[in-house]
Design a protein around this ligand. Structure first.
Ligand code: PEP
Ligand code: MG
Length: 575
């Protein structure tokens, strides 16, 4: 059995198709005709462009907007003047073949990217390698090799790039296993959007599996089993059926209210990265958008989005939500999210550095452009503006001052702006959590960002694999802070929601309702499972569970209590 990182849930049982590592025979050859060699290089670039445009079109046609964005970023490499002239210069000066010049150039950039401390740049290395492989395929004597798939299979490979995926006949693919990648890698994102099970980061899996071996992947636990015995296969078949039954059952909740057995209605909102995630949010019945992470508009590109471009994106979301609330968060750049266009200075501790609102307050022009786009879009729906990474009242006041100035400026210019746009903050820094009572006097709402609140409370970098076992939402300190925020927000009569991953984890639903939370925002795919928990819950059960859990002293005890289904259901805890 192999253990990797669970990237997309579900169970697949199927023969493996092992895709070999991409290796090109890169001989260095001396060429005579420099002009002809450069022409050959440009023809390969053009062929790659046509192929990638095809990927973009296909992704758009299937509404795979995220994949389309990735391919658009790939296209930028093909137009990069520095990269192209480096290859051309090498061909001219050293009289070498195009393949060799390209590979040397790409390795030069890959080296720089690989040394970066920044996850964003390291991920770009995969993109560059991917694009270079396409060009090399077109330069190869026998032309591109595309895998032929005739039977259902699970793809096992070292790394699966978005363009590899686009070349696969996906109707036969039942799941993915890769050696490289994390939960937010492209393979993981694509597998989730295709709703196919996937396990990534499974070290040394390719030499241990042969095409045709029967394998099982458990996308929930991150397990891969190779040639399992018949009893194990039978056990997993049953689990697979149960998973599919459960999925179908959850679908039947689509039109139903998120109401506890006592009739308390809970608001279920969706987290989105852009308009492309709206169809799922609407299909699963979201009551609104609780977090629109606008930084996705800024990533994977070399220029900043203009006011008009941003206005169109915000307007689309507001209009499509038809009057339901839409919380749009101003950009949270820095930390693990970076942008080439900004040329950010490397920092020792980017998560403790110039991130979120700190960055915006130092880059007023960029902040103002976004605020202008937001206020202009405000007339198209029920907009709420949220600031990320707020750690003090001074920061909040400075951000509000910018917002007010922008608003006044737009009105003076004759733009129409909504009469009331509530302004709130993410509570994701412990200092903000501790002074929620003070914030409650000035903000319209707060949303608890548990992803960061956990890392800052426990001093555990959320991206660092070495200490990931310490990153625990079950830690009593985290739960006490959450309770404090909910209590103080309620006392100050402001709206409180939660938009970190904890909100979409059904193990916490009962506890959070017991703590007084009435609004949850999560990835659209989590909405129905949380709704199921809510509908099975009595408020007395939730309150008793919260009381019990808050009296426990360790994360392990709390995890055990919350993972015990009996404990969470309404058959115990004083129902
Ligand atoms: C959070 O920190 O919980 C959050 C929702 O923000 P992000 O994951 O974008 O940092
Ligand atoms: Mg955050």
């Amino acid at each position: 059995m192999y253990k990797g990182i669970p990237a997309s849930s579900g169970i697949a049982i199927c023969p493996a198709l092992v895709l070999p590592k991409k290796q090109f025979q890169l001989e260095k050859r001396t060429i005579q005709d420099v002009a002809a060699e450069k022409e050959r290089f440009h023809q390969a670039l053009a062929a790659t462009k046509t192929r990638i445009d095809g990927f973009i079109e296909a992704a758009r046609a299937q509404e795979q907007t995220e994949s389309a964005q990735i391919f658009k970023a790939h296209r930028l490499f093909l137009e990069d003047p520095e990269l192209i002239s480096r290859v051309e210069n090498q061909i001219t000066q050293e009289k070498v073949n195009a393949e060799f010049a390209l590979e040397t150039t790409v390795n030069f950039y890959l080296d720089i990217l690989a040394k970066s401390n920044n996850a964003y740049f390291r991920e770009r290395a995969t993109d560059l390698r991917d694009v270079a492989n396409h060009i090399l395929q077109f330069l190869a004597v026998n032309g591109p090799q595309i895998p032929q798939i005739k039977e259902d299979c699970i793809i096992v490979t070292d790394e699966l790039t978005p363009s590899d995926t686009a070349l696969l006949p996906l109707d036969k693919v039942q799941g993915f296993v890769t050696e490289v990648g994390g939960p937010t890698s492209h393979t993981a994102i694509i597998a989730r959007s295709l709703e196919l099970p996937a396990v990534v980061g499974v070290k040394k899996i390719t030499p241990s599996v042969q095409s045709g071996d029967l394998i099982i992947i458990d996308g929930e636990q991150g397990l891969v089993l190779v040639n399992p015995d018949p009893d194990t296969v039978e056990g997993y078949r049953q689990r697979q059926e149960a998973f599919l039954r459960q999925k179908k059952e959850l679908f039947s909740l689509k039109g139903l209210a998120a109401r506890t057995k006592n009739g308390q209605t809970i608001k279920l909102l969706a987290n989105i990265g852009g308009p492309w995630e709206l169809p799922k949010a609407l299909e699963y019945g979201a009551d609104g958008i609780g977090l629109y992470r606008t930084e996705y508009l800024f990533l994977n590109r070399e220029t900043l989005p203009t006011e008009e471009e941003q206005f169109q994106a915000y307007k689309e979301v507001l209009a499509k939500m038809e009057g339901k609330p839409v919380v749009i968060r101003t950009i949270d750049i820095g930390g693990d999210k970076n942008m080439p266009a900004l040329n950010l200075e490397p920092e020792m501790n980017p998560f403790l550095g110039c991130r979120g609102i700190r960055f915006c307050l130092k880059n007023k022009a960029l902040f103002t452009t976004q605020l202008r786009a937001l206020y202009r879009a405000s007339v198209h729906g029920q907009l709420k503006i949220m600031f990320p990474m707020i750690s003090s009242l001074e920061e909040f006041r400075a951000a509000v001052k910018c917002a007010e100035e922008v608003r006044a400026e737009l009105i003076a210019e004759g733009h129409s702006v909504s009469g009331r746009v509530p302004i709130g903050i993410m509570v994701e820094v412990p200092s903000a959590a501790i002074i929620t009572d003070l914030f409650a006097k000035e903000v319209d709402f707060v949303s608890i960002g548990t992803n960061d609140l956990i890392q800052y409370t426990l001093a555990v970098d959320r991206m660092n694999k070495q200490i990931s076992h310490l990153y625990s939402p079950f830690h009593p300190a985290v739960l006490r802070l959450i309770k404090l925020v909910i209590d103080q927000a309620r006392k100050g009569r402001i709206e409180v929601s939660m938009c970190g991953e904890m909100a979409g984890d059904p193990r916490f639903t009962s506890l959070l309702i017991g703590l007084g939370l009435e609004s949850f925002s999560m990835s659209p795919s989590a909405l129905l499972a949380v709704k199921k928990q809510i509908r099975a819950l009595k408020n007395s059960t939730a309150k008793a569970l919260a009381k019990k859990v808050l009296a426990l002293s360790t994360a392990e005890q709390i995890r055990a209590a919350l993972e015990d289904k009996e404990e969470r259901s309404d058959s115990s805890c004083g129902s």
